[in-house]
Design a protein around this ligand. Structure first.
Ligand SMILES: [Fe+2]
Length: 399
């Protein structure tokens, strides 16, 4: 059932949250782009606004306020025309952060006016677009946070985004293994279900699982420290070939934003520099590091199906770090991207990336669900990426 009042309220709330996240950042901060895969705050604020103008307002006859800005804020939609180079978003000194703020308020008013005038039938086509636009904006809210850390980490003064940003929950101690007998299971979100899900979470379908066990908690900083101290980064037998090549080429010895001095591990994040507790989850690992660490610990990464089947029983399920799985980001059986430009949202990225499950402390509250599929390239380290262990019952019973 579509609840128009709830959708309107959520629209107001999500749009305002983006502005709250940007508020501690000066116009100069909002201009920074640390690397091609991270975007300026200002760009995220503009792009999410462009999304509503393009996919909601324009089809209802409301023209873009600044047609020349489309080339700046179109991210990757080939069917919507040319785009400014992704790696050069930091060069977009104009429009200014203030001008984007004005544009955001204008588009918000126009969307609210449109929604106010919709009749009952029209809601069935409009609601999914608004829901998608809001879920999209929430994804960019997370990126605002991860991308500003990527920029601030390069600043010698180590700027603080928010001194009171919560530090991760600690959950050390012995792993509790959740056992699953295997057999037929069902994963994914039903198409046209009552709650929003991205198209990549559907169709819901059957999977076959071998018996497995999955850890109740995430792998910790203390466990990573032991791995590193044991020469984990220099032990080829632990690594996938591409991972070993990356480690050697970039002389990697720690996750991103992380330094180890003996047992003392310092991390940089939204609250600035701090010493990590051994019992907090280790994050900012590439897939390769996560895989090698899992191997060293006597386990393996779970598949996304194992993760989802066990989701209701997992501790730290979706509040601390995204969790690498061993599953390639691929279409589910019978998946078809939507028609038109919106079909470019997820489907065309289904190659060469790995699925992550869960959510992180930068993910907006309520944004994810057990069927949610995040995906990144295996060398990604600037996201808040960690792991939980899985293992096969017949082997690896070392703990
Ligand atoms: Fe986007």
């Amino acid at each position: 059932m579509i609840d128009p009042a709830a959708i309107v309220a959520r629209f107001v709330e999500v749009r305002a949250r983006t502005e709250r996240l940007a508020a501690p950042l000066s116009a100069e901060d909002q201009q920074l782009q640390a690397m091609a895969s991270a975007s300026p705050t200002k760009w995220h604020r503009g792009h999410t606004t462009w999304f509503f103008e393009t996919f909601l307002l324009a089809p209802h006859g409301v023209p873009a306020e600044h047609p020349t800005w489309a080339v700046l804020f179109n991210s990757y939609y080939e069917s919507l025309g040319p785009r400014h180079t992704r790696a050069e978003r930091g060069l977009l000194s104009r429009p200014t952060a203030a001008e984007i703020g004005v544009w955001r308020r204008l588009v918000d008013e126009r969307v609210l006016t449109l929604l106010d005038r919709l009749d009952g039938d029209a809601w069935s086509t409009v609601a999914p677009i608004v829901e998608l636009g809001l879920a999209h904006e929430e994804q960019h809210q997370e990126l605002i946070l991860t991308d500003i850390v990527a920029a601030f980490a390069r600043h010698p003064a180590r700027p603080v985004y928010d001194a009171s940003f919560p530090i991760p929950d600690r959950h050390g101690g012995a792993v509790r293994w959740i056992e699953h007998a295997g057999g037929k299971g069902t994963i994914g979100a039903p198409e046209g279900g009552a709650t929003f899900a991205f198209d990549n979470e559907s169709p819901r379908h059957d999977v076959w699982l071998e018996p497995f066990e999955i850890a109740d908690r995430l792998v910790t900083v203390g466990e990573w420290t032991a791995f590193a101290a044991d020469g984990g980064y220099e032990t080829p037998s632990l690594w996938l070939s591409d991972g070993l090549e990356l480690v050697r080429a970039q002389r990697l010895r720690a996750p991103a934003y992380t330094e180890r001095d003996g047992e003392v591990v310092s991390v940089f994040g939204l609250s600035g520099d701090r010493v990590a507790h051994p019992d907090e989850p280790v994050i900012h690992l590439s897939f390769y590091e996560a895989d090698a660490l899992a191997t060293w610990l006597g386990g393996r990464l779970p598949t996304e199906a194992e993760w989802e089947i066990a989701a209701d029983h997992l501790g730290q399920r979706d509040a601390v770090a995204w969790q690498w799985t061993r599953s390639s980001y691929a279409p589910y059986p019978r998946y078809r991207p939507s028609a038109g430009a919106i079909g470019e949202y997820n489907g065309k990225f289904m190659v060469n990336q790995l699925v992550l499950r869960g959510g992180s402390d930068c993910t907006p509250p309520g944004h994810t669900r057990p069927t949610y599929r995040n995906f990144w390239y295996p060398d990604t380290r600037f996201q808040r990426t960690g792991l939980r262990l899985a293992r096969d019952p017949s082997r690896g019973r070392s703990s």
